[in-house]
Design a protein around this ligand. Structure first.
Ligand code: FMN
Length: 194
C-alpha cells in the first residue's frame, strides 16, 4: 500500500490550511513533469509580493527536469541535497538584485526576495505542488554558469514538483519524512506583546 505523506503542522492558533500543510519534502515523484499552470501561478504569486518601494528585486532561474539548465542547477547542489532533489520536476533558483543601476545597495533585496519565495511556496502548495528551499548549493557556480552580473546574488534553489511515495525511499528519508515538525513557542519569538 502506498504510504501517503502528511506533515500538517499542529498549531496553537488556527492558520490557513495551506500554511499548516506546506512542508519541505525530500520525496518527489520522479515520473511526474512539472504542472505548468501551477508553476505559472506560483511565479505570479511571487510577482505580486510586496517589496520596499516596489523595487521587486527578485529574479528567478526556472529549470525543468531533463534540460541542460536543470542539470547545471542540480550539479551546483551540495551532496546532501543532491541525494533527493534530482527527482523534483523543477529546480528554481531564487536570486536578488542587490544594487541599483548606479551601484547603490538595495537594503531590502534579500528580505523582499524571501517574501516573494514565501508567496511562491504557498501558492505552489495550494495548487498541489510540493516545494523545498535549499541554501546548500554553490552560488559561485550558478553565477558563472548562468553569467549573472555582480548585482544579482543567488540565494536559494527551490525544488518543486509532485509529492512522491514513501514506498520508494530509503529508511533514512522515510524516518525524516515521518518525524514530527516542530517550532519553538511563539512566545519565544515575540519580544514584546504589550
Ligand atoms: C533559506 C533556506 C535554506 C534552506 N536550506 C536547506 C538545504 O540546503 N537543505 C535542506 O534539506 N533543507 C533546507 N531548508 C529547509 C529547512 O530545513 C526547512 O524549511 C525547515 O527545517 C522547516 O521545515 P518545513 O519547511 O518542513 O516546515 C532551507 C530552508 C530555507 C528557508
Amino acid at each position: 500500500m502506498t504510504q501517503a505523506i502528511d506533515r500538517t503542522a499542529t498549531t496553537d492558533a488556527p492558520i490557513l490550511d495551506v500554511l499548516a500543510e506546506r512542508f519541505s519534502t525530500r520525496v518527489f515523484d520522479p515520473d511526474v513533469a512539472i504542472d505548468e499552470a501551477a508553476l505559472a501561478s506560483a511565479l505570479e504569486a511571487a510577482r505580486w509580493a510586496p517589496s520596499a518601494n516596489n523595487t521587486q528585486p527578485w529574479r528567478f532561474i526556472v529549470t525543468r527536469r531533463g534540460t541542460d539548465a536543470f542539470a547545471t542547477v542540480y550539479d551546483s547542489l551540495r551532496d546532501f541535497n543532491k541525494a533527493w532533489a534530482g527527482d523534483a520536476a523543477a529546480l528554481v533558483v531564487a536570486a536578488a538584485t542587490t544594487t541599483t543601476e548606479d551601484g547603490s545597495p538595495m537594503h531590502f533585496a534579500q528580505y523582499d526576495t524571501g517574501q516573494a519565495v514565501a508567496h511562491f511556496t504557498v501558492q505552489a502548495h495550494a495548487a498541489g505542488l510540493a516545494t523545498h528551499q535549499m541554501g546548500g548549493f554553490d552560488r559561485a557556480a550558478v553565477t558563472s554558469e548562468f553569467n549573472l552580473p555582480e548585482s544579482i546574488t543567488p540565494l536559494t534553489v527551490i525544488a518543486v514538483g509532485a509529492l512522491g511515495s514513501l514506498d520508494d525511499t530509503s529508511d533514512e528519508v522515510r524516518a525524516r519524512e515521518s518525524a514530527p515538525r516542530t517550532r519553538r513557542a511563539i512566545g519565544e519569538s515575540v519580544l514584546v506583546n504589550d
